[in-house]
Design a binder for this molecule. Structure first.
Ligand code: DGT
Ligand code: CA
Ligand code: CA
Ligand code: ZN
Length: 571
């Protein structure tokens, strides 16, 4: 097991011990051990081989054995036993935002609730509000957490869903008798989350295709199996539909099941105006029973028949896309020359400057921005002023060494404090190439306060970019309350960039705001917020969102040369 996974197990042990009401010293030993391990710069395997793990600050003797066991075998009987000793319903409660080990224990002790359903009933009956340390506000928060959780459980992050879909699509295309195969639905439209996967196949022989699909090893349940449609549910809970259609219907089926519903409604109206009814089977002339033979074999043909350019799937949301007269120029992944908001092991990342730059070079980037956390992000080992200046020196030395084709920009992800002031001295900020300003605390401020806070940071002359402007975590945490229109206005007025945080769980700022904001002059930066080398690849998810937001290459800083970026940064 690698270091990151071991850190996760130790953190979980600390929470489970809390839930059991164990001795606080014991709990702290695991929590601080996890922290020590996470921020340790030395190589874990080397430390273990040399028997030096116990000499690390924060790692007590009780932990040394456990870390070594996890490292060697990936298992830990102590952890398994601990977990097995707790009711699964209580462990499930830990997933509700705001509930940690201590609070779950108090709820369990006071109300005897042992499942999420029982806790929900207790909230609805007002029994939680009466408990010491809870109150009406936290009762409402728990309740909405439970309700969101049910809604969240039905959807999946695009990134994860796509990882599942790609090999299935490849498998379908390899089957004999399959003429064409595509994904449709929200996955093809590059939505940030996906309800289920939709596959469309053209074949004259549906049966073997259905058999292959329903027989996939990861299928847990076949919920439907017919001549034209099958549905399955995978181990992960994700569901998938497969439709097999005759080749002449393929373009219509692909278009229909790509959606969105709103786009389809608009397309049907347009077809009606031309005297046809449009369906998943074809275009049928008014007063006729069968679809007309119009020689339409691709979506492009279908759009052209209705006098439209080929509308990219990611624009098919019923938001005016039928008004275009030519295919808009959308950002392409190949145009990305570098990314700006990434972390190293100086704060809570896992890789060094050198490793991050090498990974950027492997992606073909010309430059890489490193923006570690600032000191108020204590949990992320944020940098104080002195450490920031040291980091700047290290980056300058790295660039001057000539060891990499990638130019590293020295940045920071600086906390916006609750009053809108910044976490670092002006002189420190001035020493950097650029600064990303982000909110990481006091999420529950009223909307007016949060908006004023963020605008104050935008107005600071050192601010280059605003990081993840709503703080949402898809399927996990709602955005904080903020007036984005006002924030966008302030960003444009102060020539501040807003990022698309490309971490698949954030995708913040949301694509729904980008088209209008960019038309008004807002510049975008696509930032993977990588915490390890592999995280740089998330920039693809950001490109998807930029496309979905109708962004052209010129509206995205990442398409500019290193020289032009330097100019933007002012030096
Ligand atoms: P999802 O799965 O919730 O993330 O979203 P979609 O868009 O993939 O929705 P899904 O899987 O229910 O259906 C795929 C597409 O099929 C949908 O975008 C549009 C089309 N479609 C499905 N049901 C209807 C319907 O009742 N009316 C219309 N106009 N289109 C539909
Ligand atoms: Ca779907
Ligand atoms: Ca579906
Ligand atoms: Zn952040």
């Amino acid at each position: 097991m690698d270091k990151a996974d071991i850190v996760g197990v130790l953190e979980e042990i600390a929470v489970l011990l809390e839930l059991k009401g164990e001795n606080p010293f014991k709990i702290r030993a695991y929590a601080s051990g996890a922290r020590a391990l996470e921020t340790m710069e030395a190589d874990l395997a080397v430390l273990i081989a040399e028997g030096q793990l116990g000499s690390m600050k924060g790692i007590g003797s009780a932990l040394v054995d456990k870390i070594e066991t996890l490292h060697a075998s990936g298992e830990l009987p102590f952890y398994d036993k601990l977990k097995a000793s707790i009711a699964p319903g209580l462990i499930e409660m830990l997933e509700i935002p705001g509930l940690g080990g201590k609070k779950v224990k108090r709820l369990h002790d006071a109300l005897e609730v042992e499942s999420v359903a029982a806790l929900k009933a207790a909230c609805e009956a007002g029994r939680v509000a009466g408990l010491q340390g809870f109150g009406a506000k936290s009762e409402a928060k728990i309740l909405s957490g439970i309700e969101n959780r049910a809604a969240y459980a039905k959807r999946h992050l695009w990134w994860m869903a796509n990882e599942r879909a790609v090999p299935i699509l490849e498998g379908l295309r390899r089957l004999s008798g399959v003429e064409r195969a595509e994904v449709a639905g929200s996955l093809r439209r590059l939505m940030e989350t996906v309800g289920d996967l939709d596959f469309i196949v053209a074949s004259k022989e549906p049966e073997p295709v259905m058999d292959w699909f329903t027989g996939l090893p990861e299928v847990r349940e076949v919920t439907a199996k017919g001549q034209t449609k099958s549905s399955v549910r995978f181990e992960s809970g994700l569901q998938a539909d497969l439709r097999v259609v005759p080749p002449e219907q393929f373009a219509f089926a692909l278009h229909h099941f790509t959606g969105s519903k709103e786009h389809n409604v608009a397309m049907r109206q347009r077809a009606l105006a031309a005297g046809y009814s449009l369906s998943e089977w074809g275009l049928t002339k008014k007063d006729e029973a069968e679809p007309a033979a119009l020689g339409i074999s691709t979506e492009k043909d279908l759009f052209a028949f209705l006098g439209l350019p080929e509308i990219p799937p990611e624009l098919r949301e019923g938001l005016g896309e039928l008004e275009i007269t030519e295919v808009p120029s959308l950002l392409d992944a190949g145009a990305i020359r570098g990314v700006f908001h990434n972390h190293t092991n100086a704060s809570d990342g896992r890789a060094t400057i050198e490793e991050m730059a090498a990974a950027a070079a492997a992606l073909g980037f010309e430059y890489l921005g490193l923006a570690d956390h600032s000191k108020s992000s204590v949990q992320a080992n944020g940098l104080n002023d002195a450490r920031v200046l040291k980091m700047v020196e290290s980056i300058r030395a790295f660039n001057e060494s000539g060891q990499s084709s990638v130019h590293v920009f020295a940045g920071i992800e600086c906390d916006i404090l609750p009053d809108g002031s910044l976490d670092l001295e002006d002189a420190t900020l001035a020493a950097l190439d650029y600064a990303v300003m982000s909110v990481h605390s006091a999420f529950s401020q009223p909307e007016g306060e949060m908006t004023a806070r963020v605008i104050r940071a935008i107005e600071h002359p050192a601010t280059t970019m605003l990081g993840h402007p709503t703080g949402r975590l898809l399927l996990r945490r709602e955005p904080y309350r903020i007036d984005l229109e006002k924030v966008i206005d302030a960003a444009i007025a102060n020539k501040v960039i807003i990022e698309i945080n490309a971490n698949p769980q954030r995708l913040d700022m949301d694509w729904r705001h980008w088209r209008r904001a960019a038309e008004r002059g807002l510049v975008c930066a696509i930032n993977p917020d990588a915490h390890q080398t592999s995280g740089l690849g998330y920039f693809h998810a950001g490109v998807n969102i930029a496309r979905k937001g109708w962004l052209a290459p010129a509206q995205v800083l990442n398409t500019r040369s290193a020289k032009a970026v330097k100019e933007w940064f002012g030096g």
